[in-house]
Design a protein around this ligand. Structure first.
Ligand code: HEC
Length: 424
């Protein structure tokens, strides 16, 4: 994806840090809203296909309500799934400019799957209103697309930590490496728990309006959603530990463990709230549960962002150095600009010197030959003139920088050498 490198701008440490915060927010938003769309559809579709055969109206109602809750508005999917991926592509193009990684490629494919998935999932949702059978399966294909979108997303994040690892396998093969798979399962579990909590809250909110057979409906919804969410919540710590064991020791910093511990605390608070919800569905408790899980998701995003940044520190130092030279060039004081000896000579020396005739100072053709093969001596004279010939007044210090003096000395030596050669 060479065109992505064209987006790359010079980056200072400050920019890189700022990009880090943006990355964190984008990971957070993408995971949150992709989760809703993916798991909402999967659960709704599951109810529709299997349980509704029992002709229980409650299941059909739940199947539809789930979709109304997770896709509450037409633009959210686009805004919170698609824009974060595009932003992440841009951020990684800035962070990994001209580096050979597949991170952006994975994200571009993730974006494509996300778009397809969202379109299908929305059309599935609309099909629930008027029972258009033909569109039911868009729910299935849509959720499969979203599933791949998340998979590619986690492959991109993982690859940004283990930059070299894709070079040893194929791009597809990399998706099946144990690091990527473990982190993918972890991501799926986290997203399922969050969706579950959100649905519990949402269903209880909507429920208030419809009075009849509420008891039974709540019971069904509660069992179905809470069971799934609680089970996956229970599995999360296991996968967090596996994920941790896959990480090279150098990334396991104090900060990593701090966020990990915080994350686990929020998760355990979440367990407790789940338990309370089992006993009695309660809107406030559901809201607290969402809050706890959102904080947990934030620590997950923070840890990912931190590992990515830890893994790429040397790359960032390089970027910052490049930025410094770039800035110096803009200000015009970069050392890399070519020193023009002829120009310096014309301004600083020519007023007193000619090559073949005496002016204020002696003709170069006369005095320079003694410096042949003694460039250093000439340089030190130019930088610090000393009295040589009593017939001349002393030469004032022309005040050249070392590399300027060197350039002028070389210029004089070659020029005089040429003059001598020409005379022969
Ligand atoms: C203000 C007039 C003036 C300027 C400007 C000037 N020179 Fe000179 N230069 C002299 C004079 C006078 C002498 C003779 C000094 C002596 O012999 O003690 C001299 C001598 C020299 C010599 C001969 C030294 C030797 O060992 O005999 C060199 C080489 C030289 N200048 C190079 C330069 C270069 C290169 C510059 C420009 C960066 C420069 N000069 C600028 C007046 C000047």
């Amino acid at each position: 994806m060479d065109w992505l490198n064209k987006l790359a701008l010079p980056q200072s440490f400050e920019h890189i840090e700022l990009l880090g915060y943006m990355l964190l927010i984008m990971i957070f938003l993408f995971v949150l809203f992709s989760s809703f769309a993916l798991w909402g559809t999967v659960l709704s579709f599951y109810l529709k296909k299997n349980v509704s055969k029992s002709l229980d109206a409650n299941y059909r109602r739940l199947s539809k309500e789930i979709m109304d809750i997770v896709l509450f508005n037409k633009t959210t999917g686009i805004a919170f799934c698609v824009i974060p991926i595009i932003t992440m592509i841009i951020i990684f193009s800035q962070l990994f400019q001209s580096q050979n990684t597949s991170v952006q490629e994975y994200l571009v494919y993730s974006l494509i799957f996300s778009l397809i998935g969202l379109l299908l999932v929305y059309s599935y949702k609309n099909s629930l209103d008027d029972f258009k059978q033909s569109e039911i399966y868009s729910g299935l294909i849509g959720s499969i697309s979203l599933f791949f979108s998340l998979w590619l997303f986690i492959a991109a994040l993982t690859n940004s930590v283990f930059i070299e690892s894709t070079q040893t396998t194929t791009a597809i093969g990399y998706l099946f490496t144990s690091v990527v798979l473990i982190r993918f399962v972890l991501l799926l579990l986290i997203s399922l728990v969050i969706t579950g909590a959100y649905l519990t809250f949402g269903i209880f909110n909507i429920k208030n309006t419809q009075k009849e057979d509420d008891e039974e409906y709540t019971e069904i919804a509660k069992k179905f959603i809470l069971n799934i969410a609680f089970t996956s919540a229970g599995l999360i710590p296991l996968f967090i530990i596996m994920d941790m064991m896959m990480m090279p020791d150098i990334y396991l910093t104090a900060g990593y463990f701090l966020y990990l511990t915080l994350g686990l605390i929020f998760l355990f608070i979440g367990y407790h709230l789940f338990y309370l919800l089992y006993k009695k569905i309660n809107k406030t408790i559901a809201a607290y549960l969402i809050a706890a899980l959102i904080l947990f998701l934030l620590t997950y995003g923070l840890n990912n962002q931190m590992i990515i940044y830890g893994a790429n520190q040397s790359n960032f130092v390089k970027l910052n150095t490049e930025y410094d030279t770039y800035l110096a060039a803009l200000k015009g004081d970069d050392k890399s600009t070519v020193i023009n000896a002829e120009e310096i000579y014309a301004v600083r020396c020519a007023p007193c010197h000619l090559f073949d005739r005496k002016l204020v100072g002696p003709p170069h053709d006369e005095v320079i030959p003694k410096y042949f093969n003694k460039e250093n001596q000439l340089i030190s004279f130019i930088r610090n003139p000393v009295r040589v010939n009593e017939e001349y007044p002393p030469m004032p210090n022309p005040g050249l920088k070392p590399d300027e003096a060197k350039a002028v000395a070389e210029y004089l030596l070659t020029k005089v050498q040429e003059d001598i050669n020409n005379k022969k």
